[in-house]
Design a protein around this ligand. Structure first.
Ligand SMILES: Nc1ncnc2c1ncn2[C@@H]1O[C@H](COP(=O)(O)OP(=O)(O)OP(=O)(O)O)[C@@H](O)[C@H]1O
Ligand SMILES: [Mg+2]
Length: 518
C-alpha cells in the first residue's frame, strides 16, 4: 500500500519532494513515462526505470554500477557537457533541460532533453536524471525546418525565375522593331516600347498615362481611336494590313497594325494590346521587285525584238545607201527631177529615222542585257577626246577638256564609252543655244572622279531624283534610258554617279570609280 502524501501542502522544493517517500518515488520512478535514472555523485548508474530501458534499448542491469559517461550510451561529443553537469550536481545544483543524443542499443539515435536534480536518499547524495524523449519532436522540427528551407529556396528560385522571365519579356518588348503598346479602357497608354517612342519622337514619360490625342495629330488620333473603340465594342482582334502615316520626322511610313483585346478572368476587356509593324521597306522592296520583274520582261522582249529588228534595220540602211548611190550616178536631168521631188532629203530623213530606231533597240538592250566587264587602263583625256570626235558637236558648243595628262582610269572601254556618250549627248541637248561643255578629273579619297559640266538649261529640283529612272524623259523623242543605262554601267564598275544642277545655269554629272580598280 502506497502512502499518499500531500506534497503540495508540505514541501515545494522538488528535491525535498522526492525525499518524502521512497516507495512513492519508486512507484513514480518505475512507471513514469519519461526515462528516470539515479546516479551517485561519481556518475555511476544506480538505478533506471522502465522508460529508460525503452528509450535506450538496454536492460538497466547492463549499466548498473558503471559510470554513465563511460558506457557508450552518450554520444561522444556530448560527454564533456555531461561531465560539466555532473560537476554542477555535485555542488547540489539541478541542471537542465539540456539536449543530449543517446546511442541506442539498436544502433539508432535518440534525442533527449535531460533535467537533473541532486537528491539525498538514506543520507546518500544522489542525482536523479529525467530524460524526455524528444526524438520525434526533433525529427519533426528538422523536417519542418528542411521543408521551410526548401520552400524558401523554391520561392526564391521561383521569384528569381519570374524576375528573369519578366526582365526577358521586358527586354523583348523593349527591343522589338515593331511598335508595341497597351492601352487601358480610357485609351491611355500603360505600356509602350522604344520603337513606339521613336516613331512619335517622344520619351516614355511623355506618353504613358496619355492618349493618342496628346501625342499625335487629331486626324491620326481620330483614325486610330475608332479602331480602338471597335476592339472594345466587338471584343475581337482588329487587323489593318496597311496604312500610310508620317512619323515624328515627317517621313511617310507604311504601317501594318494588329490590335487585340486583353480580358480579365471574367472575360471583360480591360486593355487593348497593339503591335504595329513598319512595312515601308517591304513595300519598297515589293515595288522594286515588281519593277525588276517588269524590266526583266521588257528585257526579254527587247532582246527578242532587238535581235529581230537589227537585220531589217541593217537591210534598210543598205537600201538607203544604194538609193543614194543610184542618185549620185544618175544623169543630170534625172537627178534634177528627183531633187525637185526632194528625194535626197527623203533618203536622209529615212536614214535618221533608221538611226533613231537603232538607238531605241540599243538603249533597251543596254539597259537589260547581261554583260561582263573587260577592264583596261585608259588615259582619260584621250578617251574623252576620241568620244567627242565621234559625236556631232554643234558649232556653238565649246568643248573644254581640262583633264590632266596623267589621269588614267581602269574601266571597260565599251561600257564607259556608252556612259560618256549618253551624258555628253544630254549636255549638248541641254544647250540648244550653245554653251560650254567642260571635262575635269581629280582623285579624292579612294575615288577617281570625272565631271562633265554644261552651261545648259539645268534640271528642276523635283526631277533630280527621277532622272536615273528608266523611261523618265522630258524630251519629245527621248527614251529616258540614257542615264538609267549610264548608272547601271557605272555601278557595274563599283562606281557612283551623281548630279548637281542649277536651273538656267547648267548641270554637272560626276562619275567616280574606285581608284584601286573594280
Ligand atoms: N545635262 C542635262 N541638262 C538638263 N537636263 C538633263 C541633262 N541630262 C539629263 N537631263 C534630264 O534627264 C532626263 C533623262 O535623261 P536620259 O538621258 O535618261 O533620257 P533622255 O535623254 O530623255 O532620253 P534618251 O533615252 O534618248 O537618252 C532628260 O529627259 C532630261 O530631262
Ligand atoms: Mg539622254
Amino acid at each position: 500500500m502506497v502512502e499518499r502524501v500531500n506534497v503540495e501542502d508540505t514541501i515545494k522544493d522538488p528535491v525535498e519532494k522526492f525525499r518524502i517517500s521512497y516507495e512513492y518515488m519508486k512507484f513514480i520512478f518505475d512507471y513514469a513515462p519519461d526515462a528516470y535514472y539515479l546516479l551517485d555523485s561519481e556518475g555511476t548508474l544506480i538505478d533506471a526505470n522502465m522508460a529508460a530501458e525503452r528509450l535506450t534499448g538496454y536492460k538497466k542491469e547492463e549499466f548498473i554500477g558503471r559510470k554513465i559517461v563511460e558506457v557508450g550510451i552518450l554520444a561522444q561529443d556530448h560527454i564533456p557537457k555531461a561531465l560539466k553537469l555532473l560537476a554542477k550536481n555535485a555542488l547540489g545544483e539541478p541542471s537542465g533541460p539540456d539536449e543530449f543524443i543517446l546511442n541506442r542499443k539498436d544502433g539508432k539515435e535518440a534525442i533527449v532533453e535531460i533535467v537533473t536534480y541532486p537528491v539525498e536518499i538514506k543520507g546518500k547524495k544522489l542525482i536523479l536524471g529525467i530524460a524526455h524523449d524528444i526524438t520525434e519532436r526533433k525529427n519533426m522540427e528538422r523536417k519542418i525546418k528542411e521543408y521551410s528551407e526548401n520552400l524558401e529556396k523554391l520561392v526564391k528560385q521561383r521569384t528569381e525565375d519570374l524576375e528573369k522571365t519578366t526582365k526577358f519579356l521586358e527586354m523583348i518588348i523593349e527591343n522589338v522593331p515593331d511598335l508595341m503598346y497597351i492601352k487601358d479602357r480610357d485609351l491611355r497608354y500603360v505600356l509602350v516600347n522604344e520603337s513606339f517612342c521613336k516613331f512619335f519622337g517622344l520619351p516614355k514619360d511623355k506618353i504613358l498615362g496619355r492618349t493618342l490625342y496628346d501625342i499625335a495629330s487629331k486626324d491620326l488620333a481620330d483614325y486610330f481611336t475608332k479602331q480602338d473603340m471597335d476592339v472594345l465594342k466587338t471584343k475581337k482582334i482588329f487587323y489593318m494590313p496597311e496604312a500610310t502615316l508620317r512619323d515624328a520626322s515627317g517621313t511617310k511610313r507604311v504601317l501594318c497594325t494588329t490590335k487585340a483585346p486583353l480580358r480579365d478572368e471574367e472575360g471583360n476587356v480591360t486593355h487593348i494590346i497593339g503591335v504595329t509593324r513598319d512595312i515601308t521597306e517591304n513595300k519598297r522592296m515589293e515595288e522594286e521587285l515588281l519593277k525588276a520583274e517588269r524590266l526583266a520582261a521588257i528585257g526579254e522582249t527587247a532582246a527578242m525584238v532587238g535581235h529581230d529588228l537589227r537585220n531589217p534595220l541593217q537591210v534598210l540602211m543598205n537600201l538607203v545607201y544604194l538609193a543614194e548611190e543610184v542618185l549620185k550616178n544618175s544623169s543630170r536631168e534625172c537627178l534634177d527631177l528627183l531633187e525637185k521631188h526632194g528625194l535626197s532629203d527623203l533618203c536622209s530623213r529615212i536614214r535618221d529615222q533608221i538611226g533613231y530606231m537603232d538607238k531605241i533597240v540599243s538603249d533597251l538592250q543596254d539597259y537589260t542585257r547581261p554583260f561582263k566587264l573587260s577592264i583596261e587602263e585608259i588615259k582619260l583625256k584621250e578617251f574623252l577626246n576620241s568620244i567627242v570626235e565621234n559625236l556631232t558637236i554643234p558649232d556653238n558648243v565649246k568643248i573644254l577638256n581640262e583633264v590632266g595628262e596623267d589621269m588614267y582610269i581602269s574601266v571597260d572601254r565599251l561600257l564607259m564609252t556608252r556612259v560618256f556618250v549618253n551624258i555628253i549627248t544630254n549636255a549638248i541637248q541641254a544647250m540648244p543655244n550653245g554653251g560650254n561643255l567642260t571635262f575635269r578629273a581629280y582623285e579624292r579619297d579612294c575615288w577617281k572622279c570625272v565631271s562633265i559640266s554644261d552651261t545648259g538649261i539645268g534640271i528642276p529640283k523635283e526631277n533630280l531624283s527621277k532622272i536615273f529612272t528608266p523611261t523618265f524623259t522630258t524630251k519629245a523623242k527621248g527614251q529616258g534610258f540614257g542615264l538609267a543605262v549610264s548608272k547601271r554601267f557605272v555601278e557595274a564598275h563599283n562606281g557612283k554617279i551623281t548630279v548637281e544642277s542649277n536651273l538656267g545655269e547648267g548641270t554637272k554629272f560626276i562619275i567616280c570609280i574606285p581608284s584601286r580598280g573594280v
